[in-house]
Design a protein around this ligand. Structure first.
Ligand code: ATP
Length: 519
């Protein structure tokens, strides 16, 4: 599909999310607040289901992982220790014509992504030309045009990594100039100098203005885990290796705030810090990298839409880092990061707090500062991933005069906001009462809806649009033999099932268990 079509589909998806109660712009009656969003009645269900899938995969499936829920406010020294205050902030650049502000590193990364896309185009062309005899590896290592682009990418990347490592703001700017990167709004190359910026939100704690302390809204949940390392380890008598998981809000005053809920100023993270013996971290890194990809693939999403991306420039605290990227409508983008953070965080908290933060390893009979593998994923990015992956417009046979097109959200059944809708074919002859009785029976286990309004075809369409995997229809035959039809959202096939067997039938189809078992 061409980029334009993908862009159009993305716009439609955003409109769909609003129309069907998934996601609304924040405080919309006041014209919204940039890069802040509210979840509506179906959005919150989807989000909760994703969180539960992640939480259960960590807590239920690993006997050595426990959860916590730390406060958003933390002592301000936390952020000195983590490096968020002072050390590494984001490099910013403004376009003088459009007056728009960008992250310099993002501009360069996007330029590199465009060059990579050019290579993919060449590969696509060649695949068409050579058909089944096409050898990708051979092509990308010999084709003159591809080699030329690759050389350009490599040279920019080398300069980019060097500039970031040295925090050389002038060098960053020079790359932007040399690559002739233009502002997407004004189309010009009239750039300011690159400056550093801190993306943490500040507020004051305390009632007396003079004595109030400046504190920050946490920009990541991870630090709440690190400062509680000893509390959890001691109170839970945890033995290394072990992990601490947490789901919670994080806040970043993002500069480039666009692409809907992909980059928000208030968002939610699901993070797990896994504490290991020094020297074993790279083995554990591999374990978690693979495990986290399996978590994604267990949802049944096309593996071709996923890829790993190795970090070129490691943060100063990391000795290995990979992103899991997903093919969003606007290209392959990070959804999750897996980082080997060494002993940087615990070590620095020990330094800044003056407290000893070590672990006594009874097997080695020695104390050390544990090393950490982090898995960090954005809840909202997962919501977007599920919606973007599931949004489908398709031609169908007419169902009860509702037209020959439908929009269906192919959300993995276990994550769907509403698991099943119970629909009486008509609102008389006792069919409605029978349908309500089924809802009463199933609602303890599943999020059910009852709907009796409009033709059955329209009701199916409404459920398709919010991604309900099953519609149970009560018809006249139900009154005779206590069976109902179950319509599958994706295939639109119907099956007759006894009412007695519904609980089990649905349980097998929509439970998280089937996904958890695949991880
Ligand atoms: P990016 O490069 O996209 O800014 P990052 O590398 O800064 O992301 P991390 O600090 O590694 O992100 O955060 C871990 C995860 O948190 C990301 O993979 C992403 O899913 C999520 N995340 C980070 N920033 C945002 C944001 N502004 N809005 C929504 N989700 C976010």
């Amino acid at each position: 599909m061409s980029t334009v079509t993908q862009e159009e589909i993305f716009k439609k998806l955003i409109a769909h999310c609003k129309e069907y109660g998934f996601i609304f712009p924040s405080s919309e009656i006041y014209d919204g607040l940039s890069a802040v969003y509210d979840y509506g009645q179906y959005g919150v269900e989807l989000k909760n289901n994703i969180k539960k899938y992640w939480w259960d995969s960590m807590i239920l499936l690993n006997e050595n992982i426990v959860g916590i829920d730390a406060a958003i406010f933390m002592h301000p020294r936390t952020w000195e220790a983590s490096g968020h205050v002072g050390a590494f902030n984001d490099p910013l650049i403004d376009n003088k014509d459009s007056k728009k502000r960008y992250r310099a590193d993002v501009l360069i990364e996007e330029h590199l992504a465009k060059l990579e896309a050019k290579i993919e185009k060449e590969v696509e062309k060649a695949t068409k030309k050579f058909g089944s005899s096409f050898d990708r590896q051979m092509f990308v290592t010999t084709n003159a045009r591809v080699l030329e682009i690759q050389k350009e990418i490599d040279s920019i990347r080398t300069r980019f990594v060097e500039a970031l490592e040295k925090t050389d703001l002038n060098a960053l700017r020079q790359i932007i100039l040399d690559c002739e990167i233009v502002c997407p709004i004004s189309g010009t190359r009239n750039w300011t100098e690159v400056r550093q910026f801190n993306l943490m939100f500040e507020t004051k704690m305390g009632s007396v203005a003079d004595e109030a302390m400046t504190i920050y809204l946490r920009p990541e949940t991870a630090q709440g885990i690190f400062v509680n390392f000893l509390n959890v380890q001691k109170s839970g008598r945890m033995k290394i290796p072990f992990g601490i998981a947490q789901i919670g809000k994080a806040f970043r005053n993002e500069i480039v705030a666009r692409q809907f809920i992909f980059r928000m100023r208030e968002f939610e993270q699901m993070e797990m810090q896994f504490f290991v013996r020094p020297g074993t971290e790279l083995d554990w890194f591999e374990v978690w990298k693979e495990k986290r990809l399996r978590w994604h693939l267990a949802m049944g999403i096309d593996p071709n839409k996923y890829r790993f991306h190795k970090h070129d420039k490691l943060a100063h605290y990391a000795n290995a880092a990979y992103d899991i990227e997903f093919q969003f409508p606007f290209g392959f983008k990070e959804v999750e990061g897996i980082h080997s953070r060494t002993d940087f965080d615990l070590g620095n908290h020990a330094k800044f707090s003056g407290k000893k933060i070590t672990y006594f390893d009874p097997e080695l009979n020695q104390s050390y500062v544990p090393y950490v593998i982090e898995t960090s994923i954005g809840v909202d990015r997962m919501v977007l991933l599920i919606l973007a992956n599931g949004y489908t417009e398709e031609k169908v046979d007419k169902e009860d005069g509702t037209g020959d097109e439908r929009v269906v959200l192919r959300i993995p059944p276990a994550l769907a906001p509403v698991k099943l809708a119970v629909l009486p074919l008509v609102k008389k002859d006792g069919l409605d009462e029978k349908a309500r009785a089924i809802v009463h029976k199933l609602r303890y286990e599943f999020n059910c809806q009852y709907d009796e309004k409009d033709s059955i075809g329209r009701r199916y369409r409404r459920q398709d649009a919010i991604g309900t995997p099953y519609c149970i229809t009560v018809d006249h035959q139900t009154l005779q033999d206590d069976t109902v039809t179950v319509r599958d959202r994706d295939t639109m096939q119907q099956e007759r099932v006894p009412i007695d067997g519904l609980l089990r039938y649905m349980g097998e189809k929509v439970s998280l268990r089937s996904m958890l078992e695949k991880i």
